[in-house]
Design a protein around this ligand. Structure first.
Ligand code: GLC
Length: 434
């Protein structure tokens, strides 16, 4: 009988809760049609129209070391690459299928190259694995909610053996967990309708994964996906509950707590434009200042931020993504102390920014300047040991002017003598408390 081991859970989660910021990488043959990773489903594309991209895949510019450096310089501490997405195409040399990168003109095991390069830069490494598989003949198609052939009459009475698919799926996950060294995260995607939990033989799958990778961290999508938090939020998580809640394309109003009021680890996975996989026409890029403030928002709510890049068919991360990663990295070079190892402060969100905290330090993220001295809402004068501008260590003294005399209990500081904050995106004060 499975018994959730909270001590082991807390131990394996500690690096993840410290690191806070990761890179999601969605890449595959769908980068050639360049209309997102769901192109087969959205366009109900028969595989005979899709196989051309398999026969053509040869990312001549692919350099995983460049990707790893971009992630590291952005301040990212871990990464998750799609080893297999819903189209079933494997970016690794699986012995269980021919539908794999080593049979394309590229010919090499991209998962192995990614793992080597990102480990070499000191990042933790994860793999995304889709339990959905639109290539495998034994995966449900006709009348399935998402399959590209869901309306194809010829699929209606075709024999299929779902147990055979599960053997394949478990076998591939075993290849990844057995043959590629230490993995830090396995990111499953996704459950829907009755396709969840033991339909995937999830307990058996997780038991096998943990037999090879005892410290690996799992997301909660063998059980739920996007909607609902799963049994990780209860007193008795199932063997396949996963270890963190995975809100997608949204930052939740607050962090998550389990039935006993414990904070539950969570990670918002967010695209930089509106697509996970490369989409040539999607220029809806979120600005860097927004992405920085969203990273801070996640941490201020005890969450992680998994920011996605979708490389193109040549193996390049889009220029717009690289520009944003570089700008985030600039801010992180000055202020990462207010992200790594931080979480929510036990104080209400101030009106002019956000708070993150670590031990007896409060990091006051100021987004909007005041007229005159800045009010540090929620901070008690008698508790202050010191206030410093995080980016350069400058002492920040309490304001001492007649304008604030009417508010003796409020804490005001003078940060800038101009109408502009030192960092227009997010000026961080470190307030050490007694
Ligand atoms: C959704 C999308 C999938 C993407 C995932 C990332 O499940 O369907 O394409 O990989 O979100 O979280």
């Amino acid at each position: 009988m499975y018994q959730f081991d909270r001590e082991a859970y807390n131990k394996r989660m500690s690096w993840y809760l410290h690191d806070r910021f990761g890179m999601f990488i969605h890449w595959g043959i769908y980068s050639i049609p360049a209309r997102g990773e769901w192109v087969r489903s959205v366009e109900e594309m028969p595989e005979e129209n899709y196989v051309q991209f398999f026969n053509e895949f040869n990312p001549v510019d692919f350099d995983p070391k460049k990707w790893a450096r971009a992630a590291k310089e952005a301040g990212m501490k871990y990464a998750v690459l799609t080893a297999k997405h819903h189209d079933g195409f494997c970016l690794f040399d699986s012995k269980l299928t021919d539908w794999k990168v080593t049979n394309t003109p590229y010919g090499k095991d991209i998962v192995r190259e990614y793992l080597d390069a990102f480990r070499a830069e000191g990042l933790k490494v994860g793999l995304y694995y889709s339990v959905i598989d639109w290539h495998h003949p034994d995966f449900p198609s006709y009348n399935d909610r998402y399959h590209p052939l869901r309306n194809c009459e010829a699929e209606k009475d075709r024999e299929r053996n779902f147990d055979n698919y599960l053997k394949y799926m478990h076998g591939q996950v075993e290849e990844l967990c057995r043959d590629y060294g230490k993995l830090d995260i396995m990111w499953y995607d996704f459950s829907y309708d009755d396709m969840r939990g033991e339909k995937w033989k999830a307990s058996e799958l997780v038991r096998m994964v943990r037999s090879y990778q005892p410290d690996i961290i799992l997301d909660n999508r063998l059980e739920v996906s996007g909607t609902g938090f799963g049994s990780i939020a209860t007193e008795n998580p199932t063997e396949y509950s996963g270890d963190f809640v995975s809100p997608e394309q949204i930052i939740p109003p607050a962090g998550f707590k389990d039935d006993s009021g414990r904070n539950i680890p969570w990670e918002a996975c967010i695209t930089m434009n509106n697509n996970w996989g490369y989409h040539a026409k999607d220029t809806n890029w979120k600005p860097a200042d927004m992405l920085i403030r969203k990273l801070v928002e996640c941490v201020s709510k005890n969450g992680n931020f998994l920011l996605n890049v979708g490389p193109d068919a040549r193996g390049n991360i889009p220029k717009a993504s690289l520009e944003r990663l570089a700008r985030i990295g600039e801010w992180m070079r000055d202020n990462s102390e207010s992200v790594y190892g931080c979480g929510a402060a036990d104080l209400p969100k101030p009106e002019n920014g956000r708070l993150t905290a670590k031990g007896r330090s409060i990091y006051y993220h100021i987004y909007e300047n005041s007229i005159g001295s800045i009010w540090l809402e929620g901070i008690k004068k008698e508790e202050i040991k010191s206030i410093r501008l995080l980016s350069d260590g400058t002492e920040v003294k309490l304001a001492d002017n007649w304008m604030v005399e009417n508010y003796p209990d409020a804490v005001f500081v003078d940060v800038s003598s101009t109408p502009y904050l030192p960092d227009a995106i997010d000026t961080v004060l470190r307030i050490d408390l007694k």
